[in-house]
Design a protein around this ligand. Structure first.
Ligand code: NI
Length: 259
């Protein structure tokens, strides 16, 4: 497989792909799209670990999403550590804080985010962080833990928050939201972020870019996200493919010759 671009965050293990996962992945491979596949529950973390094992061009992350933080048990630290020893498992995610839905209480989310982020720091592996309407607490925990290898996935925060995490050495990943009509503020942020800190993603099966908004998303549509980034950067889409792939390989320490 000749990789041209990386979808830095997509959930190919999700049940939404149970009927046609090989077909969806084949479309990605034929277009040169590689994938980082984060877990969000224990079951989907385990499924990601199992699925990437035989897939050239795909790597997995394991972790508990803030929605499911209430399921965290003390022995999950050992479980994540064990999964991180498996082939093609390269980091912890997705983890973080989501105060929009509050499916788990904020104080539980904070504790479980802190646990997983400090585990990543202790093991020196990168993290993929979900942050929605929780900038102050996210920043406080990032600063307290002091881990320098991470990305805020599907970034929709403020420019002030973006600058703080960039100063910490982190990356920002942009999803199909950048194509939405009402997302001009986000496109203005894209224009300001240095190219060597930008990742692109689909967050499939969610967040399909325009003109497929509302449909099931899939990794090949990361190309559309790259086109929007290119427009904001006044550069060729191929350049966005190139710098975002380099950044993804760098952040997740992906091995081998990608060209
Ligand atoms: Ni996600």
């Amino acid at each position: 497989m000749m990789l041209r671009i990386m979808d830095s965050h997509c959930h190919l293990q999700d049940a939404a792909f149970d009927d046609d996962r090989p077909v969806v992945w084949d479309r990605a491979c034929k277009a040169g799209v590689g994938a980082v596949v984060p877990g969000y529950t224990l079951a989907t973390s385990e499924a990601a670990v199992a699925w990437v094992r035989a897939q050239e061009g795909a790597w997995a992350l394991v972790g508990l999403h803030p929605h499911d933080a209430r399921d965290w048990q003390p022995d999950h630290r050992a479980l994540l550590t064990e999964w991180l020893r498996q082939p093609r498992v390269v980091g912890i995610g997705e983890i973080g804080l989501d105060y929009h839905y509050q499916h788990s209480p904020p104080e539980v989310q904070q504790r479980v985010f802190w646990e997983q982020l400090s585990l990543a720091r202790d093991l020196n592996v990168p993290v993929s962080v979900h942050m929605r309407e929780a900038e102050e607490d996210t920043w406080r925990i990032l600063r307290e833990v002091g881990h320098t290898r991470g990305v805020i996935h599907s970034f929709t925060g403020s420019w002030a928050f973006a600058q703080r995490v960039l100063d910490l050495g982190w990356y920002l990943s942009f999803s199909g939201i950048v194509s939405f009509k009402n997302a001009q503020d986000l496109r203005d942020i894209v224009a300001k972020v240095p190219p060597d800190r930008i990742l692109v993603e689909t967050d499939a099966p969610y967040l399909s870019p325009v003109p497929w908004r509302g449909q099931r998303n899939e990794p090949v549509r990361v190309i559309r996200v790259a086109e929007i980034i290119a427009a904001q950067k006044s550069c060729h889409t191929e350049e966005v493919f190139s710098f975002t792939m380099s950044n993804t390989f760098e952040l997740f320490s992906l091995p081998g010759d990608r060209n």
